[in-house]
Design a protein. Structure first.
Length: 153
């Protein structure tokens, strides 16, 4: 009985660091494996740089089409004739949500071309109540095949 009490008393009297070492004894110790220390640590790869934007527009009429689409959304009647069938179907699904958002931006103040990438044009679009960025992609048939917007960063 005395050895058990002595062991319990020894654990209580041990400094917290020693108790932590006892608890950590179940974790593998790399100091026990010198080869593990000698293995070189490979840093993670650097994130890929974003592709550069071209200063040339992918489609010469993309700004005019974008202005028309924004105006039609704010008027409550999206102009689906400007869109590919695929995009029109997707926009129809989201129209009840997207149209009020675009309308809440207020009056269109400025549309500034930023650049093109992969046949898509990026614009900074400033409204009375919001600053946004828009991506518009026009296909070979002259129809909008991609249309995205987000708050300006």
């Amino acid at each position: 009985m005395k050895p058990l009490l002595f062991a319990a008393a020894a654990v209580l009297l041990l400094p917290a660091a020693a108790q932590a070492q006892v608890a950590a004894a179940t974790v593998p110790n790399t100091f026990d494996d010198p080869a593990a220390r000698a293995r070189p640590v490979t840093p993670p790869p650097a994130p890929a740089a974003a592709p550069a934007l071209s200063p040339d527009r992918a489609h010469p009429e993309s700004e005019d089409i974008l202005r028309t689409l924004i105006a039609s959304a704010q008027a409550g009647a999206m102009d689906y004739a400007l869109m590919s069938d695929d995009l029109a179907a997707k926009v129809r699904e989201q129209e009840a949500t997207v149209t009020p958002i675009i309308d809440s931006f207020g009056a269109l103040v400025a549309v500034d071309f930023i650049g093109s990438q992969d046949r898509n044009d990026l614009f900074s679009v400033t409204f009375a109540n919001a600053a946004t960025e828009w991506v518009i992609g026009v296909n070979d048939d002259g129809k909008v095949a991609a249309l995205l917007f987000r708050p300006a960063s």
